[in-house]
Design a protein around this ligand. Structure first.
Ligand code: GUN
Ligand code: ZN
Length: 444
């Protein structure tokens, strides 16, 4: 096997001290007043890449044997590592390529960029850059689209493994309505995915996602092959796009006239269930929301992408209605999305929610960037909170990263207000440090 060996996590006890903030529960559904958990002067104890304990410094300091290394982050805020629920690593080179709506953008900007991944060296270079950028932006786990080329998925998993990151990804399946050089077939997609599952799924902190691009670029035969993989490996994730624009939705109706709605296309092939993540979900009806909820599937809300491509306004409050709350997390959706920062993405989610008539609270925004996507991925027993037994993946935020942030954050009357300021003004400059499996990662 050509992959690099996974770096061994640090087995000795170490600790991090600072102001801790995370979610106790879902602030959309349960008491929003008690959702934010906070330790003003907190300590995280960790060993072997896992959190051993979390609490106040005063309560835990006596547990540190003499000589235990402690990183001090006074004046900073420590939150769980961000989880990007939808991003394309092959599209980092086309961020901000203006001038199109979705379907033209795919044909004229995106597909040409993805063709370059036929070169394994290009794929490896971009994958390494992408993983370093995630860390720089405070993202410790992502659900990632690669390209149709199997070696592009190898490249991403190799880069994630070299950094000990928890990562979920899969080869794009696409056998129609795209340039010939980007097409596989139903059989190739099945067999290549199977080989990648064998090679990567469950290795270290890596998970495989069955990844048909979206209904218009897969034949019924290919969706059937995707469904067969899901049936054979029910623990796998499914990752695709759904109801992003009205043109796309009309196209799906004409391609699959026998299906009741867009979601029903995926449902028909057994692709809707727990750990299925559908990007966008802007143009969904009540029946589709209900089916997503009942099946345990999730939506990745990608506000910067939806604004950039003019795709529409996601109805967050409708998706999360208390009588049938669909699981939702935030995705950057780079390259249609305009930032890899989950802080900036949460800031844009606030504005999009305003347009849809919902006032997104700071606790809700933090939920959408941490615990929400962890639950969407079925990984909330391992990531998304600061809790004993969880992966030691967290981010240190600097409220004084820029003069404007410093000025604004000095006025912040509460931790919720501090978060709000960081979501509005923050980006990678506000990430003082990122810890991945207990190791402080060098900035790059
Ligand atoms: N729908 C199908 N492919 C894509 C893609 O690459 N980006 C976005 N935003 N939507 C898609
Ligand atoms: Zn996307």
């Amino acid at each position: 096997m050509s992959q690099q060996a996974m770096p061994a996590p640090e087995h000795r006890l170490s600790a991090v001290r600072g102001r801790l903030l995370w979610l106790r529960h879902d602030p959309f559904l349960d008491d929003p007043g008690t959702a934010l958990a906070e330790e003003e002067d907190g300590l995280i104890l960790m060993a072997g890449g896992k959190i051993q304990d979390v609490g106040s410094h005063a309560a835990l300091v006596s547990r540190l044997p003499p000589g235990t290394p402690v990183d001090h982050h006074s004046g900073k805020l420590i939150v769980p590592g961000f989880i990007d629920l939808h991003v394309h690593y092959s599209q980092v080179g086309i961020i901000g390529a203006a001038g199109h709506r979705l379907l033209d953008w795919l044909g004229q900007t995106t597909f040409p960029a993805e063709m370059a991944f036929v070169d394994p060296a290009h794929a490896r270079a971009v994958a390494a850059f992408f993983c370093d950028q995630l860390i720089r932006h405070g993202t410790t786990t992502a659900l990632v689209f690669t390209t149709v080329h199997p070696h592009a998925t190898d490249a991403l998993f190799e880069a994630a493994m070299a950094r000990s990151m928890r990562m979920v990804a899969g080869k794009v399946m696409m056998d129609r309505n795209a340039p010939a050089s980007l097409l596989d077939t139903a059989r190739m997609a099945h067999d290549d995915s199977l080989a990648l599952i064998d090679r990567w799924d469950g290795m270290g902190r890596l998970h495989y996602a069955i990844t048909p691009r979206f209904a218009p670029t897969s034949t019924p035969e290919q969706l059937e092959a995707a469904g067969a993989l899901r049936k054979r490996f029910p623990h796998l994730h499914v990752h695709t796009h759904l109801a992003e624009t009205l043109d796309e939705t009309a196209w799906v109706r004409s391609l699959f006239p026998d299906r009741a709605c867009y979601l029903d296309v995926y449902d028909h092939y057994g692709l809707v269930g727990p750990r299925s993540v559908f990007a966008h979900g802007i143009h969904l009806d009540e029946g589709e929301f209900r089916r997503l909820f009942e099946s345990g599937a999730a939506v990745a809300h990608c506000p910067t992408s939806n604004l950039f491509l003019g795709s529409g306004i996601f109805r967050l409050a409708a998706a999360r209605a208390r009588n049938r709350p669909v699981q939702v997390g935030l995705g950057t959706d780079v390259g249609a999305g305009t930032s890899l920062s989950m802080l900036a993405t949460a800031g844009e989610a606030y504005k999009v929610a305003q347009l849809a008539g919902h006032l997104l609270s700071p606790a809700e925004a933090l939920y959408l960037a941490t615990l929400g996507p962890a639950r969407a991925l079925g990984l909330d027993d391992r990531i998304g909170r600061l809790a004993p037994g969880h992966d030691a993946d967290f981010v240190v935020l600097n409220p004084a990263a820029t003069p404007l942030l410093a000025m604004r954050c000095q006025q912040a009357g509460s931790s919720a207000d501090l978060l709000s300021a960081l979501f509005t003004l923050g980006d990678d400059r506000a990430i003082a440090a990122t810890y991945v499996a207990g190791s402080r990662m060098a900035p790059s």
